[in-house]
Design a protein around this ligand. Sequence first.
Ligand code: UDX
Length: 467
Amino acid sequence: MQISILGSGYVGLVSGACLAEIGHSVVCTDKDESKIRVLNEGGLPIYEPYLKEIVARNVEARRLSFTADLGEAVRHGDVVFICVGTPPLQDGDADLSAIDGAARLIAREARSSKLVVEKSTVPMQTGQKLTRALAIYGRNSKNSFSVASNPEFLREGTAVLDFLHPDRIVIGVGDESAEKQLREIYQPILQQSVVPCAVHGGVCPAKDVPALLVTSINTAELIKHACNCFLAVKISYANLIADICETMGADVEEVMRAMGLDPRIGPAFLRAGLGFGGFCLPKDIQAFIRLGEKAGVDVALLRDAELINKRRIDHFLARATQWLWTLKDKRIGLLGLAFKPNTDDIRFAPAIELIGRLLQEHAEIRVYDPQAMARTQEVFPTIQYCADPYDVADGSEALVIVTEWSSFKELDWARIRGLMQRPLLLDGRNLLDRDEMVAMGFEYEGVGKPSVEVSPLTGQIVRTSSA
Ligand code: UDX
């Protein structure tokens, strides 16, 4: 199938590369010409595991190409996927101007009839508006446009895996031919017949074949928002329990482990910490709240989940201040900047809020992240970017784990302890084993756990908070 991808960000690039990987002929474009230039020079504008290899292989096989010529890209595809950004507006609503721009572009540049598929996350009824826009802008053409919704469930850091081995594929359609085309596009994935798999090589671990759900366009749009908001609620619930654990004395990880063993609840997305970030959950919950308000539905549950998340950094700073007395002029090291591991994405990352707040307090900040340093440097040019975690620890009075990169677990923690001015670990992701760290002589505070304070004079534990 000939496929066009409008928007070569996380969603567009991963989708385009993976669609080429499963045999389609794909042309990707973006209005940001610098992105296309990087791609045509063999680079990637984002970091995502396995993506580089897939892009290189499919460019080589001539199944995948990138062009800054938007019209050429539109004309290539029988099916055009819209993967443009839908960032939040001031009031929380999704900004759909890029979707409107894509509709105008398609209507203007198409020389044949096309199936136009929304892949960007959009509020319900956007498909209806898109259909209307295509009809209006294309009113002088002989071409017809059919619209479908095919929400993505890709997680950054595991996006290629999620694309090639999804749990489900949702297609929202208004006509049979759209369903037929989308079934054909996803056939290799529905049959799990992509060999060798870009992630697993020869043999993929056993997994059920993905479910294909065919719905109306409205329903498909709602499914995406409903999923992401439920995940956000789940995380905020874990964080609420963590706060109770901290004040009343219990261990949130043990509580969540027990909860997760109940199949009605499930273990995923119950990790308490500094809260959810990234370009999906925070903006999707905002947009969904706005949608509910407009629909006259009580969305207090979502508002509270959002509020709990917004307060994570306040709460964390209050705890840090209890430990450090004042933050002014204190050297504080941050390990991790990306909103989660295995990505370089810092959009709505807790680290960004945390750095901003620490700067307000006039703390001296040193940071390290395996992938997200360059992007953070654009936002905060004046803080200290370190060569490695040991450099961050050097002379620090506290080390904060902001992102749970697995490589941080493997550090030489005894060496870190020796480098720090005060061996205080504020583990914002419960990455490290508290008992191990305490045995090594660290003072340790996790999230939703009893903290351990060590006497600077004797090295003995002087206070374990409740529990
Ligand atoms: C999300 C959805 O998971 C995905 O299906 C959708 O297509 C896009 O949005 P993503 O934004 O990549 O994916 O990140 P996700 O893995 O969902 O994590 C979001 C945030 O929640 C991260 O900041 C993460 O650290 C945080 N999180 C996640 C927790 O704080 N606790 C958890 O238990 C899980």
